[in-house]
Design a protein around this ligand. Structure first.
Ligand SMILES: [Zn+2]
Length: 165
């Protein structure tokens, strides 16, 4: 199967000012930051336009991710959407430009760079997540410490038997 992120642009480069729309859905294997991992397909809606010696790529990227709440470790599943504006060139100079090799623009590094920036650094299950603070927020607020627990009246009879009353 051909790589959908490998886009033939030789024809476009021959005709500066030509453009092309691309809609790509692709699985990006194993892309994760410390707190979140891409989950499911990455969707790209792109507009390519050629200039002299290069192609400008604009559009958007969306992807789902999974992670854990930084405070309470609850699993989180959310998605991100990012705008893209990048330049691919057959004579790239500097880090800001992606290369065109053999008439093909490989969108993979652009997608990875974008996702790494888009994934949350410290995801929270909700903005006001209280986190694991056992004193203020017991893991099970319905279970107070044993000594404070009111006696279930159903045990009263058993207690009576135990104490021989
Ligand atoms: Zn949380």
């Amino acid at each position: 199967m051909s790589n959908p992120l490998l886009v033939a642009v030789a024809e476009m480069l021959r005709r500066p000012g030509s453009h092309r729309e691309l809609s790509i859905e692709v699985d990006v294997e194993g892309l994760a930051t410390f707190d979140a991992a891409v989950h499911g397909p990455v969707c790209l809606r792109l507009h390519l336009e050629s200039a002299l010696g290069g192609v400008e790529v604009t559009g958007s990227l969306s992807a789902g991710w999974r992670g854990s709440c930084r405070r309470c470790l609850a699993p989180i599943e959310q998605s991100v959407q990012e705008d893209l504006r990048e330049v691919f060139s057959s004579a790239p100079s500097g880090d800001e430009v992606y290369p065109i090799k053999g008439g093909e623009a490989d969108l993979t590094p652009m997608v990875r760079d974008c996702l790494v920036l888009a994934l949350p650094i410290a995801p929270l299950c909700s903005e006001d997540c209280a986190g694991p603070a056992p004193d203020a927020y017991p893991m099970n607020p319905l279970a107070p410490p044993a000594e404070d627990r009111p006696k279930d009246p159903r045990w009263a009879a058993l207690d009576a038997l135990r104490t021989g009353q």
